[in-house]
Write a protein that binds this ligand. Structure first.
Ligand SMILES: Nc1ncnc2c1ncn2[C@@H]1O[C@H](COP(=O)(O)OP(=O)(O)OP(=O)(O)O)[C@@H](O)[C@H]1O
Length: 610
């Protein structure tokens, strides 16, 4: 704790000299307002990093100086202490752990070699994050060619990964399932020199149901306090000075407590306010844990649920939309956004892969004119922007292509599930739209965190039905407050039958623009059998996802309150809800049989959705 506080003080003291322009990751200059600054006033060199590494950060990556979280975390990581790092999205946590590791590895008396195996292991929840961290690491290692970066993740060829592991990877980025697979089955994977284990997006790794895998990984690596270090096949537990574990996320909450408890020794807390700290002895990590007396021996403190850190400059709004008008309103909001600024990036979040596929096809093919005189062939595309999609049911190659395209594109709309919610750093995203609500407040924070990164401006819109409006109070509990989006004004701005002066309605679902658009959408879907099929599938998955809300959220997202006819309308379906409902019941039965057969837990089900 002492180290953290000292660094914090140093950062505050130096704030006066913070006014000069900073370079962002993409090399563009910008003024950062002092009160909103994410940058510290010190230099990378003053934090103790090797000059060549500092040069690399500045010249190759365009980073003039550290961010606040880097200024706090780098000295701690360099010191060898275990740490729990909490900082808002987009504040540079990746460099906060990678830079000190590279600093140490390049400085070994005897240069490390591939045959020494793996020194550092970075665990991440998704494949895209795996690729992203690897890309950053490659840049960081440009001048240190003897330190080899590598990744292993689901969806890739196991045999190719085995070959790479056999040759040796110094810093390895991995998703948990595939790592465990190699730990058990790849005998040439050498990790006796392992010194660092990092959990990036620690809470998400656990939420995805990887808790058991993580426990097994830590045991196999001999890195738990209660680990099975004496088992065959495990690495002898290194001394405290040799092994260092780090946990990072913008939303560290009680889900991480268990992991912190089993993997961190006397950790330094970075970015965690004292008010939200509880001694570990006061917290039950899980219901099976009756070992509280032992906890008192370690008087570590870990974070309790509290306020989440959302970038201060982010403008957060909500839209209250009746269920049956959701689709028409969504399309109107998108049209308004891209007409206001055709060259921008927007991410649109859905709860299921099927919903992404349906809306992607719809937006790619839907042509519209509010004037009935316009012939079908002459109607313009409803939305002129480039559209991309990303979800967990796509082929790995398509996933990677979408991910890379959205990174480099100057203007595009990305339709995605929560697979994009964590850690992904798409430059210059201007707006986040949460069409399907995120459920847990943590997920809200990470979704909106794809914009307003590193002090840039950004906007977020959350769709809620009138019956779901209490969700705003749930967010308030975590210090997140939203204001209402001026929907009527936006809807009034659209011409109806080429006429801007039509009598407008105060009710969204009776607004002439919405009525006209809804009618066109329903005719379009009825005339396209393939998209119609996608709409029905998306409808079924949507209702299923709605039923999956957990705990307190069930009170807000009540399936019983859903009017299935209106839900069908939000997929532009004219069918009777009972017809659609029947196919939903069949699908639900099929899913339940599948899950029973495969012994899948609740948490796994959430993972399958993304
Ligand atoms: N010192 C720096 N100066 C300028 N840009 C930086 C600096 N450090 C990191 N960046 C850039 O800031 C952006 C955000 O960094 P990063 O993805 O590590 O954030 P994060 O805190 O891990 O976000 P999330 O919580 O969403 O995962 C990246 O584009 C990165 O290149």
């Amino acid at each position: 704790m002492a180290t953290t506080k000292k660094n914090r003080t140093q950062v505050t003291k130096n704030k006066e000299s913070e006014k000069k322009p900073k370079l962002t990751g993409d090399g563009t200059k910008k003024e950062i307002k002092e009160e909103n600054s994410v940058f510290a006033a010190c230099s990378f060199t003053s934090l103790g990093l090797h000059p060549t590494l500092c040069e690399q950060l500045r010249e190759r990556m365009g980073f003039e100086g550290p961010t606040l979280v880097q200024a706090q975390a780098i000295p701690v990581v360099l010191s060898g202490r275990h740490a729990l790092v909490n900082a808002a999205t987009g504040t540079g946590k990746t460099i906060a752990y990678l830079a000190p590791i590279v600093h140490h590895l390049q400085g070994y008396d005897k240069r490390i070699e591939r045959s020494d195996g793996t020194f550092a292991l970075v665990l991440v929840p998704t494949r895209e994050l795996c690729l992203q961290v690897h890309e950053i690491l490659q840049k960081l290692l440009h001048r240190f060619h003897w330190i080899v970066p590598g990744y292993i993740m689901g969806g890739e060829s196991r045999s190719k990964e085995k070959a790479r592991l056999r040759k040796g990877i110094s810093i390895l980025i991995a998703t948990p399932g595939r790592l465990l697979d190699h730990l058990k089955n790849t005998s040439s994977f050498l990790y006796t020199n392992l010194r660092w284990i990092i959990f990036d997006e620690a809470d998400r790794i656990l939420e995805l149901g990887f808790g058991k895998e993580i426990q097994e990984i830590l045991d196999l690596l001999g890195s738990t306090k209660t680990g099975l270090g004496d088992q065959e096949n495990t690495v002898p537990r290194p001394s405290k000075s040799q092994r260092q574990n780090l946990l990072l996320s913008a939303t560290l909450n009680e889900k991480v407590n268990h992991l912190a408890k089993i993997s961190l020794e006397d950790p330094v807390m970075i970015g965690i306010d004292d008010e939200i700290m509880l001694p570990t002895s006061k917290i039950r990590f899980d219901h099976s844990d009756s070992d509280e007396d032992n906890e008192d021996k370690h008087s570590n403190k870990i974070p309790a649920v509290g306020a989440y850190k959302v970038p201060v400059q982010l403008i957060q709004r909500y839209l209250k939309v009746p269920c049956g008008s959701r689709l028409a309103v969504l399309l109107s909001v998108l049209k308004n956004l891209f007409e206001r600024d055709p060259s921008q990036k927007v991410v649109l979040f859905f709860s299921t892969c099927d919903a992404v596929d349906f809306h992607y096809s719809l937006l790619s093919e839907f042509h519209f004119s509010s004037s009935p005189q316009t012939e079908e062939g002459n109607r313009p595309k409803f939305l002129g922007c480039k559209t991309l999609r990303l979800h967990g049911n796509m082929e790995q190659e398509d996933r990677t292509n979408s991910f890379q395209a959205f990174k480099t594109d100057k203007s595009a709309l990305l339709l995605s599930t929560d697979v994009s919610a964590r850690g992904l750093d798409f430059p210059k995203v201007r707006c986040i739209i949460q069409y399907d609500s995120p459920g847990e407040a943590t997920e809200y924070v990470h979704r909106v965190g794809r914009t307003a990164r590193l002090g840039e401006r950004g906007e977020s819109l959350l769709f809620l039905q009138p019956a779901e409006i209490d969700y705003l109070q749930d967010l308030e509990k975590h210090g997140v407050s939203l204001t209402e989006y001026p929907l009527s004004k936006v809807l009034d701005s659209f011409p109806i039958s080429g006429n801007k002066n039509v009598k407008k309605s105060v009710f969204i679902d009776l607004h002439p623009w919405i009525l006209c658009l809804q009618k066109a959408l329903e005719s379009f879907i009825a005339s396209k059998p393939k998209i119609n099929e996608l709409a029905k599938r998306a409808f079924c998955s949507w209702v299923r996802a709605y039923t999956a809300h957990r705990g307190d959220l069930k009170r807000i997202f009540m399936v019983k309150k859903l009017h299935l006819g209106h839900v069908a309308k939000s997929f532009a379906l004219k069918q009777q809800p009972s017809l659609v409902g029947k196919s939903f019941q069949n699908q639900t039965k099929k899913r339940k049989r599948f899950e029973k057969k495969n012994g899948m837990s609740n948490k796994r089900r959430v993972a399958r959705v993304t």
